[in-house]
Design a binder for this molecule. Structure first.
Ligand code: NAP
Length: 502
């Protein structure tokens, strides 16, 4: 069994605990590889190495940093198929989606590299004569990046590449379910010429290694993508040491289908949004808010299409829905199916483990109808192939139901009415709204993130990507050759003069 090491200071090293953990294929339950179980000391080593890397990298001109990223993008392109196959084995998503995951990493690599010649600040006039003002972007220092398993290459890439472009050094802690994809991604960066220490990778449990990174006094910022629960804990810890923290958390994403919608288009979108990536996307469609006028027709057509979906090993070309990530996730989905039934929702389709010749974690695409907005299945993130249908009698009610959630990541509306489409853009409380398209499908040049329980105001990708990993410094250049005092009114008589008058 191949054993992989961690990357610290440009060297692939064993952990100080000398322990390993297994990387399991969720379709076959085969062990793919053994990984280092890092301990606190390894996090110390990684942070120390990162500060050495930072010294070199932060002084490298951004266009030169960009050359490394451009090269990494080309290497990722060359390795796209190998990386995608590995990802399907490691995480379970079907091969075309795994290719899409790698493509997102390629896209952000080119996008971030392009920023190398665009690290713009701003200039401004001064309130004083012979004085010039500007802002410059400064890197943060060493940043800790903690990522989930559902986008094993794309999410590390969305964090690592803008952080590097901004001149930071990073310590990456990937999810324990998908460490191998992260290692292969990091290998391309090293081969592209990243100086030692600039990127470090530690593997192991979030509760120990991840937590150690969050608490480490040498880490200036944490960028975290994962569950709301973990995000809240991280935010609290970061507050104690005044670390910057950016959070990309869960979702309970609604799609509204109005009675004037193109139903066939909406059906395709709902099916893809709900069951693509086996429902394990932060932007997955988990609530279908259906106008009562099309309820019967839409539900029955959706049921027909859902029952035809092929569940199985993501490597097989006929598979449309792969396994879920692990046993705990499978059991969580089962428990929500029970909860939904106990709450009085009606199971329209699925609801149980899927038959398969393989021993992995397969679950049938599942649809509940007669769901009420207050039910737990309509409020809590299940993160699996489970769709809840909520019927509404009008557009304003649809908006109200859509917003009735603790989360606010993605949303969609299917309608031919331009007024309703624009009103939805205005009123839906979330970071992303799609019109006549599913809730999934973000592109890297647009900002990505959410409101309420989904995040804390940061956005990844797009023009915001660099901002997440930089500080803004204001610079004043006084070329008057004399002391000029801002805010001091020199036209008014001095205090002493007034004193003599009295
Ligand atoms: P998770 O359990 O919160 O884990 C995410 C990462 O945090 C993993 O690397 C995990 O390590 C680590 N971790 C766990 N406990 C930690 C702690 N106390 N301190 C520091 N790190 C810790 O989430 P997940 O189950 O992997 O991912 C699914 C969640 O991510 C869903 O809620 C989904 O909506 C969300 N997500 C959000 C976005 C977005 O952009 N908004 C994108 C994708 C996913 P281990 O793997 O070792 O436990």
């Amino acid at each position: 069994m191949q054993e992989y090491r961690m990357l610290i200071g440009g060297e692939w090293v064993n952990s100080t605990t000398t322990e390993t953990f297994a990387d399991i294929n969720p379709a076959t339950l085969e062990t793919l590889a053994l990984l280092q179980l890092a301990g606190y000391k390894d996090v110390d080593r990684a942070v120390e190495a990162a500060w050495k890397g930072f010294k070199v990298w932060s002084e490298t001109p951004p266009p030169k940093r960009a050359e490394v990223l451009f090269k990494a993008a080309r290497l990722l392109e060359e390795r796209k198929e190998d990386l995608a196959v590995l990802m399907t084995k490691e995480m379970g998503k079907i091969l075309p989606e795994a290719r899409g995951d790698v493509q997102e990493a390629i896209d952000i690599a080119y996008y971030a590299a392009g920023e190398g010649r665009r690290m713009f600040g701003e200039t401004s006039s001064s309130e004083l004569r012979d004085k010039f003002c500007m802002t410059v972007l400064r890197p943060l220092g060493v940043v800790g990046l903690i990522t989930p398993w559902n986008f094993p290459v794309a999410i590390p890439a969305w964090k690592v590449l803008p952080a590097l472009m901004a001149g930071n050094a990073v310590v990456l802690k990937p999810a324990s379910d998908t460490p191998l994809s992260a290692i292969k991604f990091v290998e391309t960066l090293l081969e592209a010429g990243l100086p030692p220490g600039t990127i470090n990778l530690v593997t192991g449990a979030g509760s120990t290694v991840g937590a150690a990174l969050v608490k480490h006094p040498g880490v200036r910022a944490i960028s975290f993508t994962g569950s709301l629960e973990t995000g809240k804990w991280i935010m609290g810890e970061c507050a104690k040491s005044m670390k910057r923290v950016s959070l990309e958390l869960g979702g309970k994403n609604p799609v509204i289908v109005m009675d004037d919608a193109d139903l066939e288009l909406a059906l395709e979108g709902v099916l893809w949004g709900a069951f693509g990536t086996t429902g394990q996307r932060c932007t997955a469609t988990s609530r279908l808010i259906l106008h009562e006028g099309v309820r019967e027709e839409f539900s029955s057509r959706l049921l027909e299409k859902t029952e035809k979906l092929k569940v199985g090993d993501g490597l097989l070309p006929e598979t449309e829905v792969g396994p879920v990530i692990n046993r705990a996730q499978l059991e969580k989905i089962e428990s929500y199916v029970r909860i939904g039934q106990e709450e009085g929702a009606k199971l329209l389709s699925g609801g149980k483990r899927a038959n398969s010749e393989l021993p992995g974690y397969f679950f049938e695409p599942t649809i509940f109808t007669d769901v009420k907005p207050e039910m737990r299945i309509a409020r809590e993130e299940i993160f699996g192939p489970v769709l809840s249908i909520i019927t509404v009698s009008g557009f304003e009610e649809a908006l109200e139901v859509a917003n009735n959630t603790a989360y606010g990541l993605s949303s969609a509306i299917y309608t031919k009415d331009i007024s309703k489409a624009f009103r939805a853009v205005e009123k839906l409380e979330c970071g992303i709204t799609y019109i006549n398209a599913p809730t999934i499908g973000a592109e890297v040049h647009l900002p990505f993130g959410g409101v309420k329980g989904t995040g804390n105001g940061f956005r990844e990708a797009g023009p915001e990507a660099i901002r997440e990993f930089t500080e803004v410094k204001a610079v004043y250049i006084d070329y008057s050759g004399k002391l000029q005092k801002a805010q001091i009114d020199t036209s008014a008589p001095a205090v002493q003069e007034r004193g003599t008058e009295q």
